[in-house]
Design a protein around this ligand. Structure first.
Ligand code: GUN
Length: 293
């Protein structure tokens, strides 16, 4: 069994990006610029955005943080997006989710210029990705593909079971794993809360991608011997013994599943760290106009 080291791979990816930025600057180019819009005071969002800004600094990107209170109007958020769309210095930007309930998330995402949508959430990017056209691929699926690639995990002809149908992870992951490419060429089953006999479906998987957000849902008995297990879950579970008062739990019961798996991602230290590296890669692509002219 091999534990997939997201910490090591994300550091490698970021070091490679830094080299590319250094070369870009040496040629007289400008530093790629990522902006982040953060609304409200969601603790997890604060942590994620801080990590994105920190990564920009490490790699040599310029970053901007635009913050508003949770009572900001939808109109003001749309105005901020329009300004970022028109700001020639900004190569790409993200609006950190979740948003307060009074703001329509679809409206916000659709207001982002797809050329600057480095999160890959805009319907145009999702549609282009589904068709196999150049597109920004959202950070978590992108990070998972990179882990599979760097560990040279065979995917062709395998049965990949994706657990969870979120628009950010499960749905795009199911599309990417079936495409005629590497990683890909899997026979994909997308399972969700209404799937009948989900245990038997997961038991037939060569590759399991767990992204349902239910701590330790995937147990040892659900996993076929030798399966590849990718754990996207990252739920804060109350734990008074921890300094922060919570522990981070994945969707996979690691101690039971790891002995049966050929490869497995830990939580933390697996997929989570890759998502920031993937966002940075998308930002460099935006600066270089690799996806859209
Ligand atoms: N909230 C949780 N994950 C993400 C992400 O990848 N991007 C944004 N913008 N918000 C998120």
């Amino acid at each position: 069994m091999t534990i997939i080291d997201g910490k090591k791979i994300s550091a490698e990816v970021k070091a490679e990006l830094k080299e590319e930025v250094d070369a870009l600057l040496a040629e007289g180019g400008k530093a790629p610029h990522l902006a982040a819009v953060l609304i409200g005071d969601n603790g997890a969002s604060e942590t994620y955005v801080a990590s994105k800004i920190r990564s920009c600094e490490q790699i040599g990107f310029k970053s901007s943080l635009i913050r508003r209170d949770s009572n900001v109007s939808e109109a003001e958020v749309l105005e901020i997006i329009a300004e970022l769309n028109n700001d020639e210095d900004v190569d790409g930007f993200i609006v950190q989710l979740p948003l307060p309930d009074h703001i329509n998330v679809d409206k916000v995402i659709e207001a982002i210029d797809p050329k600057k949508d480095v999160d890959g959430f805009h319907p145009i990017n999702i549609g282009r990705m589904a068709k196999g056209l150049p597109a920004y691929i959202s950070a978590t699926p992108y990070g998972i593909l990179e882990l599979l690639k760097r560990y040279e995990i065979e995917t062709s002809g395998k049965h990949c079971v994706v657990v969870g149908r979120s628009q950010i992870v499960g749905l795009p992951m199911s599309i990417l794993m079936q495409r005629n490419d590497y990683p890909g060429n899997c026979t994909v089953t997308l399972t969700h809360s209404r799937t009948q006999n989900i245990k038997a479906v997961i038991q037939s998987a060569d590759i399991v991608i767990a992204a349902l957000g239910r701590p330790e849902f995937i147990t040892g008995e659900m996993i076929k011997e030798g399966a590849v297990v990718i754990d996207v879950g990252l739920t804060r579970v109350v734990d008074e013994s921890k300094k922060k008062g919570y522990a981070l739990k994945g969707d996979v019961k690691f101690d039971e599943v790891a002995p049966k798996a050929s490869y497995i991602t830990p939580v933390p230290g697996g997929v989570g760290l890759m998502t920031v590296a993937a966002l940075m890669h998308n930002t460099l692509k935006a600066a270089r106009k690799e996806i859209y002219a």
